[in-house]
Write a protein that binds this ligand. Structure first.
Ligand SMILES: Cc1cc2nc3c(=O)[nH]c(=O)nc-3n(C[C@H](O)[C@H](O)[C@H](O)COP(=O)(O)OP(=O)(O)OC[C@H]3O[C@@H](n4cnc5c(N)ncnc54)[C@H](O)[C@@H]3O)c2cc1C
Length: 414
């Protein structure tokens, strides 16, 4: 076996410890959740307001707290901020392992995801670090990233939520929509206009206490994910102390992109892990399901679907790992501010390649399973819906193509 980039000793060590954590901590928690009959972690029952059943949410939270205690929750966070300081290449292996081993189980909650600590928040003030970032890294609280609005998604700079300085603090007004974890988050990473007309310097990112006067959690926005996690947030004259500005006023666009780019890069390991899991499930199904007295695995039509799944998983994984290595090696790395001009193309390549490859993989997984793959709540059905979703949040696949083309057409790139 040739050496694989990013597959370091500490990644091996992380994988071993994560496997033990799944057996010792997650397994019993999953059994307990099954007894409560509230759905599964990723196909939860919803409460009367359409939100994730509180027992499912609490089970995920408990896994997060235990995972943080075990040092497994924040390998992606810098060591200076209490995390593991892993590179993106290392994180791809970690994410693939976590997704492959967890499938759609509670184990997925053990790795900080959209509700956890992230690169953008690392730019917070020393006071905010103590108040928000350290509890986030410890899994004691959760966050939501609030950028999108009802009338503004892709066109971020057209947002209407705004904040004005008032003495030592800021006052925030506006509405955000489509926000993952809007219902449960303790701290909200909100972008708002603070200098209209200043283009990419017009926004500022704030850390907002979700319980502050003037903050209201709005309606749930049910999506095809059907997980009761996406909703609206309303801000009416919310007062924010100056220490809860992330970075400097005017850094909001760059910080929002740091968060979004993190999500884009995470596609590599997530799609490789889930893709490999779906492929294994398809192989098992093909070996046991019979047609005409023999396993469907002996039919060339089915063999070609399995081969196409393998080809998509393999190429998306390889391309992503290559891009993550290149990103790690750029001056300033994947989260530099300012970001290296070659970074956006590489991140968008990761996102578009994985979003589209994983959609084909999930589609073929359903097809190999036949009617069983369409059964509501089956892993294939859930991941097919999830795969369809992936092509929109964190920048649509069209926006990724725009960024790739911009990167290619840069004069100094050629
Ligand atoms: C399940 C889910 C979770 C989400 N979680 C969050 C979250 O936690 N925080 C958050 O802030 N947001 C979140 N979002 C919002 C998400 O980021 C936006 O939906 C996404 O950015 C697309 O914006 P839009 O929906 O307004 O689509 P639009 O911007 O209206 O796009 C519609 C179509 O037009 C195309 N288009 C638009 N502009 C261009 C252009 N310039 N060039 C080419 N094509 C273009 C798009 O590609 C798309 O096909 C979430 C969305 C979903 C569905």
């Amino acid at each position: 076996m040739t050496s694989v980039a990013g597959l370091t000793d500490r990644v091996e060590h992380y994988r071993e410890r994560f496997a033990t954590f799944l057996t010792v901590e997650v397994g019993p928690a999953e059994e307990e959740l099954a007894r409560l009959d509230v759905g599964t972690p990723y196909n939860p029952r919803l409460d009367e307001d359409g939100r994730m059943h509180p027992a499912v949410w609490e089970a995920r939270r408990e896994v997060q707290r235990r995972s943080a205690k075990a040092g497994l929750y924040a390998p992606h966070v810098s060591e200076a901020c209490g995390g593991g300081g892993f590179t993106r290449a290392e994180m791809q292996h970690v994410e693939e392992f976590v997704y492959h081993r967890s499938g759609l189980g509670l184990g997925l909650a053990a790795l900080g995801w959209t509700e956890g600590p992230n690169a953008a928040i690392e730019h917070c003030s020393p006071a905010a670090r103590q108040h928000w970032l350290e509890p986030l890294v410890a899994g004691e609280i959760t966050a939501a990233f609030a950028n999108t609005e009802i009338s503004v998604g892709t066109d971020v700079l057209a947002m209407e939520t705004h904040a004005r300085r008032d003495g030592d603090s800021w006052v925030l007004d506006g509405r955000k929509a489509w926000i993952t974890n809007a219902h449960f988050a303790d701290v909200l990473q909100v972008t708002a206009v603070t200098e209209p007309g200043a283009g990419t310097r017009s926004l500022t990112m704030f850390l907002v206490d979700a319980d502050a006067p003037g903050v209201t959690r709005g309606r749930d926005i049910p999506t095809m994910l059907d997980d009761g996690l996406t909703g609206e947030l309303h801000f009416d004259g919310v007062r924010i102390p100056a220490e809860d500005v992330v970075g400097e006023p005017g850094d909001g666009f760059a910080l929002a992109m740091a968060w979004i780019n993190w999500r884009r890069m995470c596609r590599g390991g997530m799609c490789a892990g889930w893709g490999a899991w779906l492929l294994e499930r398809a192989l098992d199904r093909a070996a046991t399901r019979t047609s005409g007295g023999k396993p469907i695995a002996e039919l060339q039509a089915v063999q070609h679907m399995l081969a196409d799944m393998d080809a998509d998983v393999y190429t998306a994984r390889a391309a992503s790992l290559r891009a993550q290595v290149e990103l790690d090696e750029l001056p300033g790395g994947p989260y530099g501010m300012p970001l290296h001009p070659e970074a956006p193309r590489l991140m968008s390549l990761i996102k578009v390649i994985n979003d589209e490859a994983f959609f084909r993989v999930a589609d073929r997984a359903v097809q190999v399973h036949g009617g069983t793959g369409l059964r509501l709540g089956s892993p294939e059905e859930k991941l097919f819906r999830l795969a369809r979703n992936l092509r929109i949040p964190a920048g649509t696949v069209e926006i990724q193509r725009n960024a790739i083309a911009r990167g290619l057409l840069r004069r100094d790139h050629r």
